[in-house]
Design a binder for this molecule. Structure first.
Ligand code: COA
Length: 328
């Protein structure tokens, strides 16, 4: 049988147990539960108190594989996405490969912040089309709590920790991934910045930075404007490229950053609330993990059915954005 399309085989996810509620945040910074709900839609987020990014990634990866007929040795590509890796080297992907004993897979990390899952999906699809892999695992895992300044009310209410994973295969189905688009605007990098700096560096004292500089800094309004422009552009692009019309789309799964950004998308396309999956009230913005966390919840609730058309669309640090249209 000739393989001609990239299909989503399975998903998995994991969130740490510790819940940081809006009420708890009001004891930490000058904010209110009403402000957070009205401006973001978020009610609580999870925090990895004693777990690493890699540990979150491994659980999500195992859960994704458990629901398949595959054994880890059949994976030939592992891509991990994270803005919060545990080390400069090795990659999270190599750690996951070892934990799974997926020795046949080549493995690397991809840095595209909150657009990570969209970028990784496109990369996997491209490797499949080039004939360089046939079965791939994408894992998105974040411990953003490590780079959040919990005295900064403009960021600490927004972000949470978690992991999501997806297994893709090159298949004889001609649908699967139908269209992708990715974009970046590096000139806006400072709008969402978390520096990787040595706190103490005796060899290069001029490079020493205060530990505060590693905390995430964000120009919320600029990111909001970027998302409000690029998300509809990306959706339009994948629709036009695939010849699929909006009324054929069963689900739009946006990056879970802010309910007001999702409202912009709904208004722009006249979408009903039931067509757009939202879980940010429980997890906040988990960066690259947000879309696969949604996909896994949807699959386990039976909301994803074979033959449906879905679009997932992301935006974030870089600044980056992208969308994927697929028939599942
Ligand atoms: N609690 C109470 N007040 C807060 C607050 C908080 N947690 N955070 C900010 N404020 C204050 C500000 O200091 C400001 O006060 P001022 O008017 O006295 O200066 C006021 O609320 C309004 O702030 P502003 O930044 O204009 O709010 P906003 O409506 O733009 O909402 C964000 C802020 C961050 C929620 C919004 O800009 C956003 O979601 N942007 C996108 C961010 C994003 O998606 N990032 C991730 C990308 S992957």
């Amino acid at each position: 049988m000739i393989a001609i399309g990239t299909i989503l085989v399975s998903t998995g996810s994991y969130v740490p147990e510790y819940r940081l509620t809006n009420s708890m945040l009001t004891n930490m910074v000058d904010t209110s539960e009403e402000w957070i709900i009205q401006r973001t839609g978020i009610r609580e987020r999870r925090v990895a108190v004693d777990q690493t990014t890699t540990e979150l990634a491994i659980v999500a990866a195992k859960r994704a594989l458990e629901d398949t007929d595959l054994i880890p040795q059949e994976l030939d590509l592992i891509v991990a996405c994270t803005a919060t890796p545990d080390s400069y080297t090795p990659s999270v992907a190599c750690r996951v490969q070892t934990a799974l004993q997926a020795q046949q897979a080549f493995a690397f990390d991809l840095s595209a912040a909150c657009s990570g899952f969209v970028y990784a999906t496109d990369v996997v699809d491209s490797y499949f089309r080039a004939g360089k892999a046939r079965t791939a695992l994408v894992i998105c895992a974040e411990t953003l709590s490590r780079i959040i300044d919990y005295t900064d009310r403009t960021t600490c209410c927004l972000f949470g920790d978690g992991a999501g994973a997806a297994v893709y295969q090159w298949s004889d189905r001609k649908d699967g991934i139908l269209q992708t688009v990715m974009g970046a605007d590096g000139s806006r990098a400072d709008a969402l910045l978390a520096k990787a700096l040595p706190v103490e560096d005796p060899l290069h004292p001029d490079r020493a930075a205060s530990s505060a500089e590693r905390f995430l800094k964000m120009n919320g309004k600029e990111v909001f404007r970027f998302a409000a422009r690029t998300v509809p552009e990306a959706i339009d692009h994948v629709l036009e490229g695939s010849g699929i019309t909006l009324d054929q789309i069963d689900w739009i799964i946006p990056h879970q950053a802010n309910l007001r950004i999702i409202d912009v998308i709904c208004r722009r396309y006249g979408l009903r609330k039931e067509q757009v999956y939202v879980n940010l009230e429980r997890y906040g913005n988990t960066s690259s993990a947000s879309i696969p966390l949604c996909l896994d919840e949807m699959r386990r609730k039976g909301l994803l059915q074979t033959g449906q058309h879905i679009i997932f669309v992301g935006f974030g640090g870089g600044l980056t954005y992208g969308a994927v249209l697929m028939c599942i």
